[in-house]
Design a binder for this molecule. Structure first.
Ligand code: CUA
Length: 432
């Protein structure tokens, strides 16, 4: 009865649900039995035809009393033992956990991985590996809650807390803040992506985002900050009012302040409002924005301002990820040598994410000195990196994995043609 709990995605989930359902069913059973009996007796023994019906006066029944004392006691002891057992599981992480630091702040979550990779409002973890989130808050009390994993813990500014789980299936699960922490509380959500271990390794070492970020125009960098620094929680970019004013059409507008004066929205006003939001409050909005003083670098504020400038009134700009692709398309390939084109492809097709050009070991073998190299494959066969081998490695990477590397590379069949591969090989030849 009442099977309404969310998807089960961690090893504890089935235990937690089992006990929860047991207690719920038991409560429903006794509620129905007690109230049902009360109603039934009221009907049977009601006053009829103007006279009362005398009931038999029963004075004690030892058998009944023993049963209704002993049975509920045993049931309660059983529930307590099971509860303690499951609680102990949930509070005792194993030794070999993957530790991820979590910082909660108004109004978002940031995650830091063992290799220094950072994400905001989204966390990616491998399936079948115990994960421990070490929780901390920057400002006020928050609470980290992932229903599908059946874990929940407060995040505090004054002490470390933790949750751990072992995910049993891949997928995307919703996380919430479940402690009222201010005006943006209800929007303080995050995603938990559970992926295969190989996909996790690829993701963890994926530098394409950093490369992309470094090559973005300022307004696109600003858009990234708008998302990662949680501006998005309170400021829309489509003109709708949220907790704070929308960024759409904000630039160069005369804004009415709460003290009835007016201010022109220019660089100085925006910077001041980001660093010291309470100084000049826009009329109609509360003093709820946290100060970003010390949290944004000067150039980052510049990027945010560039982003705000780029937002026309009530229009949604295209996604940031389209920008580098468009920039890449503007490159004139016909004026390049084959090796230059090859270099260009290694960047635009993100080979550089997994293959270094300087001999250092990333996820895949370095391209430095790769042409003509020989060695062993996983499985023992030997290889020589000639044209045919390299082409096959690009199209069918898993058919010949070099010893010591994970089978993590996606196939580029359909993404790189013969000519492009020939250009990449020319580029490889220059990397001695
Ligand atoms: Cu953070 Cu509610």
């Amino acid at each position: 009865m009442f099977r309404y709990l969310p998807e089960q995605a961690s090893t504890f989930a089935s235990d937690v649900d089992w006990l929860h359902h047991w207690i719920t069913d038991l409560s429903v059973f006794f509620t129905v039995a007690i109230f049902g009996a009360a109603i039934l007796f009221a009907i049977i023994w009601r006053r009829r035809d103007g006279k009362d019906h005398a009931t038999p006066a029963i004075l004690g029944d030892h058998k009944l009393e023993v049963i209704w004392t002993v049975v509920p006691t045993l049931v309660c002891i059983f529930i307590a033992i099971e509860g303690i057992r499951i609680h102990k599981d949930i509070r005792t992480p194993p030794e070999n956990t993957l530790n991820i630091n979590v910082m909660a702040e108004q109004f978002g979550w940031s995650f830091e991985y063992p290799n220094g990779k950072k994400t905001s409002n989204e966390t990616t973890v491998p399936v079948g590996q115990p994960i421990k989130y070490i929780l901390r808050a920057k400002d006020v009390l928050h609470s980290f809650y992932v229903p599908a994993m059946r874990v929940k813990s407060d995040a505090l500014p004054s002490m470390y807390t933790y949750v751990w789980f072992n995910a049993i299936k891949t997928g995307q699960y919703q996380g919430f803040c479940t402690e009222y922490c201010g005006a943006g509380h209800s929007a303080m959500m995050f995603k938990v992506n559970v992926v295969s271990p190989a996909e996790y390794d690829r993701w963890l070492n994926d530098k394409s985002k950093e490369i992309m970020l470094a090559n973005m125009p300022p307004e696109d960098k600003g858009r990234e900050l708008y998302n990662s620094k949680n501006c998005v929680t309170c400021h829309s970019i489509d003109g709708s009012a949220k907790i704070g004013p929308s960024f759409a059409g904000l630039w160069n507008r005369k804004e009415k302040l709460s003290d009835n004066t007016e201010v022109l929205v220019d660089e100085n006003y925006l910077e001041e409002s980001i660093l010291y939001p309470q100084k000049k409050l826009v009329a109609g909005y509360g003093p709820v924005m946290p100060a970003y003083e010390g949290q944004l670098k000067t150039e980052e504020i510049g990027y945010l301002i560039a982003f705000i400038k780029s937002l026309e009134k009530s229009s949604v700009a295209p996604a940031a990820s389209a920008a580098p692709v468009a920039a890449a398309a503007a490159v004139d390939l016909t004026k390049m040598t084959p090796a230059e084109r090859g270099k260009h492809y290694t960047q635009t097709k993100l080979c550089v994410t997994c293959h270094s050009m300087d001999g250092s070991k990333l996820i895949g073998p370095s391209f430095k000195g790769i042409y003509g190299r020989s060695g062993k494959l996983t499985g023992g066969a030997s290889y020589v990196a000639d044209d045919a081998y390299i082409k096959n490695s690009i199209w069918e990477p898993l058919s010949q994995v070099v010893e010591g590397y994970a089978p993590a590379m996606p196939s580029y069949k359909g993404q790189l043609n013969d000519q492009e591969i020939a250009d990449i090989i020319e580029y490889m030849k220059t990397l001695k």
